[in-house]
Design a protein around this ligand. Structure first.
Ligand SMILES: [Zn+2]
Length: 99
């Protein structure tokens, strides 16, 4: 019987690996409603307590981090930046060189 905060594994999205010992530290900021429309371009599996979404709004990109623990959900964002800059951060999340 799953606990209330457990989400089933979608079997499609990637699972973020444990960070490498010398990983870069990504700065996270409280999520704020900056844009009416945000498109999710990629995402990691929500079966984990922490999952990530690569988001685009207009010409800007950012990563949204959702953390679920106990009865709380905390949503934060990386800095908004160019596609190339944010894709580099996204790649670091997926290969464990950034967290
Ligand atoms: Zn999963």
């Amino acid at each position: 019987m799953p606990k209330p905060l457990d989400w089933p594994c979608c079997q499609i999205a990637v699972h973020v690996p444990d960070p490498q010992p010398d990983h870069a530290v990504i700065k996270w900021y409280p999520s704020s409603p900056r844009a009416v429309r945000v498109r999710v371009r990629d995402y990691t599996c929500a079966c984990k307590p922490t999952f990530y979404e690569l988001c685009q709004s207009g010409g800007q990109y950012f990563i949204r981090r959702t953390r679920r623990f106990r009865q709380k959900v905390v949503i934060e964002e990386s800095l908004w930046n160019t596609q190339a800059s944010v894709l580099a951060i996204w790649s670091s999340l997926l290969d464990g060189t950034g967290r």
